[in-house]
Design a binder for this molecule. Structure first.
Ligand code: PLP
Length: 453
């Protein structure tokens, strides 16, 4: 293993060099790449030199998500202290289902949830776990709600017609999860959003009444805190009022914006989150932890056990349920995704996480002001949001973004809201400085001019 660590170090240092040299990896089509990179697997083992060479080739052409030129997704940058945790988790190779196999790692994960409970404002009896991503933590919430309101589904596979509610701007996993959960995507109501991208609460109330009148059973409302395109936050307090009146499970999909809990300045965006039944958030988005690290926490510990606990004498042989979190997992074997979040949090403290979130909003303010004060741009969303949606000189956003990618200039994508398409800049990389943001605009404008001429 010692030699392998030397190989790793050499490759990782090479990667850092490559990132500095080519912050956007050379853009090559999927057809061409197979002739450029040594991908085929042979019968005979490789020499160490050949092994390193084929890996370096692979690294060279892989998109670089940690550089200041990557704005394509809702993650970016690299937090070294989190990477330490990620690498150690691979070295240790524990599985997070029992205390017998996870040891103190089980308690380490619990200490994260202990903090999170306080931040969300849930009682100390709340329970939490980690799944493979925001889609899956949202799935867990929907399953808990389904099993609470129609427990017979667990045994017979049959039950009432359940209906879930989410906004038009919410993540596509809500539909997908309704399919997985046997609820059916025709039983997901897409509630329209207002001009800022927030759920229309009156329409939610009306839709619930209509479904009840038709003999259906409304059971679940998914509120989004940080929508994918605009970075908008649904009004949690108003939604919770309806959920309490109608006895519905209120889940908050904070995969994107949940990290605002850490910011004194922006946690008002999550005002009322303590009134929800469950809350999920991705530490691999705004907090820069390597993919994936998605946490879910619920007030209803019993519901978590009711939905996810199964007896297994070959697995649970020691200790109590309390320290055998396999009893509340979606899967069986579970990687230690907590450690990378814990190493980051431990090293920078809660104040450090707060600074990261505040810095991203600060960069967004800089970018939004630049766009607002420049007549060549059209701005499509107001803050606070780390998403800045704009067009430049009426250029088609897909043409502009695709051309920037093809020329290996910038990785940036487009989105649309109420039928209008625009470039979506996200200031999610906490390693970026104001200068990096101004460089982004400079590059985009220079490239746009070549397309306009
Ligand atoms: C990213 C995101 C998800 C999905 O999370 P994954 O980890 O990619 O599965 C769900 N909801 C929202 C609002 C998101 O931004």
């Amino acid at each position: 293993m010692k030699e392998d660590l030397d190989i790793f170090r050499e490759l990782a240092l090479g990667l850092l060099q490559e990132e500095a040299l080519n912050p956007v990896a050379p853009t090559v089509s999927a057809e061409e790449i197979i002739s450029l990179v040594d991908l085929d697997i042979e019968d005979a083992p490789l020499s160490e030199e050949a092994f390193k060479k084929s890996i370096s080739g692979l690294l060279k052409y892989t998109p670089k998500t940690s550089t200041p030129e990557f704005f394509n997704q809702l993650f970016g940058g690299r937090q070294g202290k989190a990477v330490i945790g990620e690498l150690l988790a691979a070295m240790l190779n524990n599985s997070m289902y029992t205390y017998k196999v996870g040891g103190p790692m089980i308690m380490m994960e619990k200490s994260i949830f202990k903090k999170l409970k306080t931040l969300v404002g849930y009682p100390t009896t709340a329970e939490g776990t980690i799944a493979t991503g925001g889609s899956m933590t949202n799935f867990m919430a929907m399953l808990m709600a389904r099993d609470k309101y129609a427990p017979e589904i667990r045994t017979s596979g049959q039950g009432p017609t359940l209906v879930a509610y989410t906004s038009q701007e919410s993540h596509y996993s809500v539909d997908k999860n309704a399919v997985f959960a046997g609820i059916g995507k025709n039983n997901v109501r897409k509630i329209s959003s207002d001009e800022e991208g927030k759920m229309n609460v009156q329409e939610l109330a009306n839709a619930i009444q209509k479904d009840k009148a038709e003999g259906k059973l409304p059971f679940f409302v998914n509120a989004t805190s940080g929508t994918t395109v605009l970075g908008a936050f649904d009004p949690l307090r108003e939604i919770s009022k309806i959920c309490q009146q109608e006895d519905l499970w209120m889940h908050i999909d904070g995969a994107y914006g949940g990290a605002c809990l850490f910011s004194e300045k922006y946690k008002h965006l999550l005002d009322g989150c303590e009134l929800s039944d469950s809350f999920s958030f991705n530490a691999h988005k705004m907090l820069g932890v390597p993919i994936t690290c998605s946490l879910i926490i619920t007030k209803h510990k019993k519901c978590m056990y009711d939905s996810f606990s199964n007896e297994a004498s070959y697995l649970y042989q020691t200790d109590t349920d309390e320290i055998n979190p396999g009893k509340i997992s979606l899967q069986c074997g579970r990687r230690n995704d907590a450690l990378k979040f814990w190493t980051l949090w431990k090293s920078v403290g809660t104040n450090g996480l707060k600074d990261m979130v505040d810095h991203q909003y600060h960069l967004a303010d800089i970018a939004r002001e630049y766009v607002r004060n420049n007549a060549d741009y059209t701005l499509y969303n107001e803050g606070p949001s780390v998403n800045i949606c704009f067009n430049y000189k009426g250029l088609s956003p897909d043409l502009l973004c695709n051309s920037l990618y093809e020329q290996s200039e910038l990785m940036i994508g487009y989105g649309s809201f109420k039928g209008v398409r625009f470039v979506r800049l996200v200031t999610i990389n906490a390693n970026n400085s104001e200068k990096d943001i101004m460089n982004f605009f400079e590059k985009l404008e220079a490239h746009a001019e070549t397309l306009l001429n």
